[in-house]
Design a protein around this ligand. Sequence first.
Ligand code: HEC
Ligand code: HEC
Ligand code: HEC
Ligand code: HEC
Ligand code: HEC
Length: 447
Amino acid sequence: MKRWRVAAAVTSLLVVPLALGADSAQEGSLPYDRFETGEVCADCHGEITTQHARSLMARSFTHEWDEIEYFELALPHALKVEKVAGVKAGCNGCHAPLAYLAGDIPPQRPSENSRANEGVSCDVCHSITGFAGDVPFNFNYIMEPGETKQGTRPGMESGYHEIAVNEFLASSEFCGICHNEQDPFGMWVKATHLEWRDGPYGQASINCQDCHMPRTDGTLSDDGDPVEGVRRHTFHGVHFPEKLSGAVEVLLYPRDETVATGDALILDATVMNAKAGHMIPSGSVEERVVWLHVEATDSQGQSWHLPVDRKGFAGEDWTIADANAMAYQDIGDIRGLEDFAGLSRDGDVPAGDRIYRMPYLDPQGRMTVAQWNTASFGPDYRLPPLEAIGETFTWQVPTGAAKGEVKVSATAYMTMVVSSVADYMKLPAAEKEAMVMGTTEVTVVVK
Ligand code: HEC
Ligand code: HEC
Ligand code: HEC
Ligand code: HEC
Ligand code: HEC
């Protein structure tokens, strides 16, 4: 008993401060009026304002799924289970930094129009001077709002505000402050910056900004002189089909060019992360589904679905879509639903398709979309940057297949939220739409 107490005390010392952010003393330390609204900045920085407004960071508190997940799952869970109590405030450290810093916890619903709605605003990012500790994560920003705005370009002057040239804003660590997250169980449930750091883009110092804030010539302010390479504030991610398009390159190689009905045709697929500086998927890995779908269509338009061949690694079942597999039972625990059997693990993904995922497992070992309730991970079968994964598909050519050309297509898709959860939580249809990340087609001839 005594021993257990010591162990528990040590664990809580180690885990609690991390789970709440490196410096949870920040909560309530800066009233709302210490920060300027985006409307003030819009007066002089019109173009950047338009770009930022379309990004998800401007909607990090008001976006439907964020509101639903916080108010209908995380907050009730935090009020019920001590272990995850920290997320009541913690979610807001990244999603509604102004409310978190003002100590307005829980913030009001977005419909109340409080300043929580401003999300990750201009003055949030341009008041960050660094981070506390060795690793940027869990909103461990050092926040110094006021007359001085942090920037990276020397030699600029504004009659309205002071400018501090701070190279930190040009670093990926700056983004890692909110794009790395450790949950109350000590799991790295978001590791976009860590994946980047340990991958080829981190090694080459190609930063987050280079892909998510592309440079174009223009002005920094509406009346400013033209300068080279202005950082656009696009921040496009999975909500923008143009960012997903081509992010996964799919190639297909049939081992034979002609086959007879009844024969087995083997096709090798190469699936590559060609465009992202981190894993695909990254960040909200618990809810994204990325999968490969292969289909053959004969000259008369009959088509067949080709399930992926098994490789036989431990935990592989989690990576192959299964119409009968159930998951997300912790939603029932959070909502106090007895006999809640869970929801379909893979939603609308056709059974037999390969899924590129890392399962997030709750304390009972069941897959979860509640990243704060993750006690362990299943196998990491995602697509690392500039690496490919090989798959094979063995197709028993049906006796009914028409002679002539058969086209075999392979397509990589992503949905932002697994469709079963999207339906159950009543999310807008766009959240479960299947978006194409890459596709290919080859032809073989049936003799
Ligand atoms: C009255 C006009 C005005 C307002 C309001 C204004 N700015 Fe500026 N800002 C400027 C001017 C002028 C520059 C210098 C660049 C130029 O000449 O185009 C500038 C430059 C900047 C830079 C670049 C610093 C650098 O050198 O890298 C940042 C960052 C910035 N502003 C942030 C903000 C933020 C955040 C707000 C709102 C809280 C804001 N500004 C409001 C006029 C303004
Ligand atoms: C080489 C270009 C490149 C670099 C470098 C890069 N990204 Fe990305 N990022 C992408 C592309 C392309 C996508 C869309 C495909 C995807 O979802 O992974 C993306 C997607 C994302 C997403 C959504 C991921 C998801 O699955 O929900 C986030 C968040 C993100 N990036 C943040 C970052 C951060 C933070 C960094 C730096 C640590 C970074 N990116 C570095 C290209 C890049
Ligand atoms: C998510 C954080 C973030 C938000 C939100 C944000 N910025 Fe920035 N901004 C940056 C970073 C990082 C840079 C510098 C990037 C670099 O130099 O590599 C930057 C650069 C700038 C610059 C100078 C651009 C240049 O090329 O020198 C201006 C001006 C600016 N921001 C204004 C704004 C305004 C106005 C808003 C709100 C509409 C805003 N920012 C919102 C992170 C942010
Ligand atoms: C203060 C915290 C914070 C900082 C700093 C920050 N982000 Fe974010 N970012 C967020 C949050 C929260 C979201 C999720 C928005 C939502 O609710 O969908 C997000 C979303 C994004 C997305 C959209 C992903 C998608 O789902 O489409 C991209 C891309 C992104 N951030 C890139 C960056 C880059 C690049 C930087 C550094 C220049 C950065 N962020 C810095 C908090 C932050
Ligand atoms: C350390 C910062 C951080 C914390 C803490 C955090 N988030 Fe996030 N959250 C992010 C970032 C960054 C993204 C975007 C990642 C991506 O698109 O891959 C995100 C994405 C999301 C999304 C998905 C939005 C989408 O567009 O699909 C939801 C929902 C969400 N968070 C809810 C929560 C809830 C609820 C909590 C508390 C339990 C929480 N977050 C805690 C940073 C954070």
